[in-house]
Write a protein that binds this ligand. Sequence first.
Ligand SMILES: NC(=O)c1ccc[n+]([C@@H]2O[C@H](COP(=O)([O-])OP(=O)(O)OC[C@H]3O[C@@H](n4cnc5c(N)ncnc54)[C@H](O)[C@@H]3O)[C@@H](O)[C@H]2O)c1
Length: 276
Amino acid sequence: MSEGYGLLKGKKGIIFGALDDRSIAWRIALACRREGAEFVLSNAPIALRLGVLNALSEETGAAIIPCDVSSDNDVKEMMQKVKEELGGVDFILHAIGMSPNIRKNKPYTEINYKWFQQSLDISAISLHRILHHADEAGILNDGGSVVALSYIGAQRIFSKYSDMNDAKALLESIARNYGSRLAPRGIRVNTVSQAPTKTSAGSGINGFDGMYTFAEKIAPLGNPSADECADYCVTLFSDLTRKVTMQNLFHDGGFVTNGISEEMIGDLAKLYSEED
Ligand SMILES: NC(=O)c1ccc[n+]([C@@H]2O[C@H](COP(=O)([O-])OP(=O)(O)OC[C@H]3O[C@@H](n4cnc5c(N)ncnc54)[C@H](O)[C@@H]3O)[C@@H](O)[C@H]2O)c1
């Protein structure tokens, strides 16, 4: 592991959502370890079955605490275990997303409402549940930092992202609302809106390759990798960003601000002149 800057020395945290070594949470865990943090890893029991997370646990020295974030009991019990393991926590990463409607290819106008509720519950309301139970267990340290990963579908319509567009809008709203409640204790709550990234959840979206290439061609800096997202999240967990809260922060190589790129103008001009 390369040497870091010691930005998270002495800090303790919880990292939700590492599934395999492509997961953004996996890369964030490695970056947090590099920066000197101590943390626990958590994922749904079903995701832990294959045992892949054990490798990350061994590499980082982090304990694994199973938790289905859509279960009130699971989250409540988990926070007691975190208390035994770490005492208090200075940072929490929420890197959790799942839509049964996307998985089963349901068009947005035909979605199954039970699944819609599951998408919202797992991908967004879980942030509220996690913060509530962490606070109730008395483990949220003053001056801490919470980051949840989001996507630009919260603001702009990406048709293939279906009900996850709605879930991300709710996630960002919960971050703002909870952030205002925790701010008096110096605890920040932000969302990082990451560009398309080749992970298990990302690649599971029909049309993902097209979305990835489109973003890559429009963003002046190109799409950021999961490791680059990890470096950005480290700064948000560190003491260098103590007055940043209730924000949705775009980590997308400039995609959100750029209308079109020179490269895309060239590509389109060529494509349409060939068609004439
Ligand atoms: N990959 C992308 O293109 C991209 C872009 C922007 C934002 N994001 C967001 O980043 C976050 C991490 O996703 P990723 O791309 O690293 O994919 P990933 O598949 O590696 O991570 C998603 C995680 O959510 C977990 N999860 C699902 N249901 C759960 C439940 N009930 N309880 C606990 N955990 C559960 C999965 O087990 C998995 O670890 C998600 O919020 C995703 O929406 C991803």
